[in-house]
Design a protein around this ligand. Sequence first.
Ligand code: MG
Length: 397
Amino acid sequence: MDRSFPIKHISILGSTGSIGRNVLEIAAMFPERFVIEALAAKNNIDILAGQIRQFRPKLVSLFDESSADRLQKQLPKDISVQILFGDEGYKAVATHHAVDIVVSSMVGAAGLFPTLAAIRSGKDIALANKETLVMAGEIVMQEARKHNVRILPVDSEHSAVFQCIAGQRPSEIAKILLTASGGPFLNRPGHTFDTIRLADALNHPNWDMGKKITIDSATLMNKGLEVIEAKHLFAISEDRIEVVVHPQSIIHSMVSFHDGSVLAQLGIPDMKGAIAYALSWPERLALKQPVPDFAAIGSLHFQRPDLEKFPCLAYAYEACRKGGTLPAVLNAANEIAVQAFLDSRLPFIRIPDVIRRTMDSHQIDKQPKLSDIKNADQWARLQAGEFINRIESSGKS
Ligand code: MG
């Protein structure tokens, strides 16, 4: 066994989602290298109970007390685990004294505060939760520098960029080229977007992910949020971040340098590679993932994103450029609109309208504190909800 690799003690915020489950699969493959100390989930008791039996964490937390009670009843008596709930419970998982690295993979804005708590207690972060950097990128990166914490990207695109710039001089980077699969509607004519059904949007061609992010991929908002994240993570302005549609998702992203050279990171479209790299960096785990069969693939394809069909990407660039509270507003309005689409209350084609209208009615605070960001987030949720109600009632009349 390779002793040069230190054992890492892990806690996972969002252990029952697709990222969390993949982290645990990797931890199970390398039990001599990873110890699971604490887990947090929303309310998926059945999956969490299984994870507790397998990994024996010391602490778990759920969203509310009734979920915590149900979990307690479901666990065999011989398992001793502390069960908490709510904000304090999530914070305890994020800051547990034995933990070296916190996997931040909760869905949505709820991930921001526990992730910040982890940073402030000096934990390295394997970051999958997009909202942390989208909502409060400046504050989060400032705190990370202050507490000497590393933010290791879990998202495949940012992981690719992180791998491409390793050992390079920041001053020599020209552009970040984020690849996008284009989602299920890349080749669907724009005039047919009004007939898109939920099942069509949930059917992603390459990646197997949660529902929210799958819809975000279909609108290209996912790529927009990734542009905002990349800006903060790599301290580069948005006019030097370009989105390239690459439907095969073999190239996970690229970086160009000022001599015209381009480095790319490639692999099969499976999130395990990026997750494992964030957990084991600067080493690489012997994951035994297959290498793409290039001869079978034949050729790789690229195109520019169509901003008329996918206005969410343009809105994200705008929010990124204007900054302040606007990225948080964009994100919150999107979350509400996507949920309304998932609940069959809002047509797919109206998701961008809700975001646009919410952004237009927002008074941007250019230098927000965390509390201002939180307020802007809450405001945007209510505002977007009102726009959706209006769209819904006009549709019924
Ligand atoms: Mg991604």
